[in-house]
Each structure stands twice: as C-alpha cells, then as structure tokens.
Write a protein that binds this ligand. Structure first.
Ligand SMILES: Cc1ncc(COP(=O)(O)O)c(C=O)c1O
Length: 327
C-alpha cells in the first residue's frame, strides 16, 4: 500500500483534531452524537481547508509558485485560509468572489484584508467565476508571476487525499476510545471533503455511511462531482476505490433558498447547539448540516441509541459575517 504520509506536505493544521462528545444534545435527540472538531485545525482560525491546503501549498511550492489564486463567496472560509497559507509560505494571494462587494467589511472579508489578499469581484455565477480565476492567472503570468490555481473550495485530488488521511486519523481515535460508529454527517459544498471521507472509508475498509448535507450545489451536481473527485484521487491512493449503489448519500432538503442564505432551522440550530454544548456553528455550512442531522434523526434515518458523528468543518468567522441573519 502507498504510504499516504509520504506525500509532500506544508504543515498548517494542528492534528489530530479532538473527538468530542455532545452529551446534552445527544440526550435531547435520543442518540449519541460525537463531533470531529475540524473547526479546531487551528491555522488561521481553523476549518477543513487547513487539511486540504497542507497538500496544495506543498504542491504550489514544488512548482515554484509565487501567488495562490482561488475563489468563492464573499465570506469564503476557503479564500481566507488560502490567503493565510499563502502568507505563511511566503507567497501572495488573490481571491475571486462570485459576487459584488457587500459594503460591509467583516468576518472572513475582514481577515482577507488583514492578510493583504488581492480581492477581485467577478459579478458572476460559479461557472463564470472559474473562468475569471483562470483569467487572473493568465494576467499574472503575462506580468512574469507564477500563479498556482486552486479551484473553488480546494476540491482537487490532493484535497481528497487530505480527507482520506483524516478518516485514518478518525478511525484510530474511534478504536482507541472503543467507539462503534453508525454514520457520519458532513457538509457538502464543493464536494472535496465529502469525497475524501467517503474514499477514506473505502480505503481503510470501514463500512460507515457518509451522509452529506448539500449547502450550495444540487444533488445531481454532487452525484457528478463526488465520484469524479474520488476517481481523480485513485492514482495517488494507488488503490481501486469501488463505489457501490447507495454509497453516495446527499440530502438537499436543508439548503433552503440558496447558498449563504440562512434558513429558520439553521438559525434555531445555531442557538440550540450553543446553548446546549457551548459549541458554535456557522450560518452558511455547519448550522445547515446540524439542522439536517437533527431532522434526519427525527425522521428515523438514524436508529435510536445509534452513534452518529457530526464532522464540524469550521466556518467560525462566518458568524461575524452574517450577524443580522443569526440574531
Ligand atoms: C466551514 C466549511 N464547511 C464545509 C465546507 C465544504 O467543504 P467542501 O467544499 O469540501 O465540500 C466549506 C467549504 O467552503 C467550509 O468553509
């Protein structure tokens, strides 16, 4: 077997992240909810992107890049973490936003400015934004720079490998603590985290279903992206990953009106989980996901007394980007 730990890696994340019990929430829901605290990866206020960027930045440095270029929503955690990682590695960063300027400089956007990232507003949809990102790279090359393009969300084969390793980390913790896990629930955005966790379950031979709660893309798009990302990672994993019918589970009932638009359930979940557990969820990603976990429990998707893992992917600065949506 290929040693996944031998991949070039630029250290960013504080690993392993803790595995916490959520006992008061568990009691209310009638099952055991545990939480994988990837909000505590530490680097630049934490989140899932620190894991992916360890591999992406190492690759950029190998290619002698001097600027990282990526994109996302105006409160993108990915842009913030990429800009911080670029700085730590001695590079510049450009963040391309789908939207127009919001007028308010807070949350992740404030952190982007502190980091001195160049910010470009594409005024475009997701697909067109990817083209704008490519255009920014072309312009930089014309100026003699060497840009490294990171697709929206950092969802690439290297991003997938980082989450395969995260599953290895989780399985070790579960074994050490004698926990038998029945399901994982995770946010599905650009799909790299979901793809990596699913691939990781296959890679390590763990038969634990992975429920994705989509917060931006349609189910159809997720069903296209997840297997594609896994297949792209297969040569790096050096092992066939065979997906069976039913392995990809994506719930789209918790997205609401649109990406980054709060739902009443997500808002209530932010308050409920904070008041029960002292745990913060963000309005764009993790609150919708936890709202999904709670609703799926009520619908009987998870059997009473079963053990379900909520994979907390971070996003904490987003709380300060949307205060009016939360209170
Ligand atoms: C806090 C948070 N959770 C989850 C996700 C989704 O991860 P992925 O894009 O790998 O699906 C993101 C991505 O932007 C994020 O910022």
């Amino acid at each position: 077997m290929m040693d996944l730990n031998s991949f070039p890696r630029f250290p960013l994340a504080n690993l392993p992240t803790p595995l916490d019990e959520l006992p008061r929430l568990s009691r209310e829901l009638g099952l055991r909810v545990i939480c994988k605290r990837d909000d505590l990866t530490g680097f630049a206020l934490g989140g899932n992107k620190a894991r992916k960027l360890e591999f992406l930045v190492a690759d950029a440095l190998e290619k002698r890049a001097d600027v990282l270029v990526t994109g996302g929503g105006v409160q993108s955690n990915h842009v913030r973490t990429t800009a911080a990682a670029a700085r730590k590695a001695g590079m510049d960063a450009v963040g391309v936003f789908f939207s127009s300027p919001s007028g308010q400089v807070n949350g992740n956007l404030l952190l982007d400015q502190i980091l001195g990232a160049e910010l470009v507003y594409a005024h475009a949809d997701k697909h067109e934004t990817e083209l704008v990102i490519q255009g920014v790279c072309d312009d930089l090359r014309a100026k003699g720079r060497n840009p490294y393009l990171i697709p929206v969300g950092g969802s690439t084969k290297l991003g997938v490998v980082s989450y395969v390793l995260a599953v290895g980390e989780l399985l070790e913790q579960l074994q050490a603590q004698g926990i038998a896990l029945d399901a994982v629930v995770v946010t599905t955005g650009s799909c790299g985290t979901h793809a990596g966790i699913l691939a990781g379950m296959k890679y390590y031979g763990a038969n634990i279903p992975v429920h994705g709660i989509t917060v931006s893309r349609s189910r159809a798009e997720c069903f296209e992206r997840i297997p594609r990302l896994i297949q792209e990672a297969v040569p790096l994993l050096d092992r066939e990953i065979t997906l069976q019918e039913g392995d990809i589970i994506v719930h789209d009932a918790y997205l609401g009106e649109a990406y980054a638009k709060i739902t009443p359930e997500a808002r209530a979940t932010i308050h409920r989980v904070a008041r029960l557990e002292g745990l913060f969820l963000d309005p764009v990603y993790t609150a919708k996901t936890m709202a999904g976990l709670i609703d799926l429990t009520a619908r009987g998707t998870f059997a009473p007394e079963s053990t379900v893992l909520f994979w907390h992917t971070g996003g904490t600065p987003g709380i300060f980007g949307f205060p009016q949506d939360i209170v």
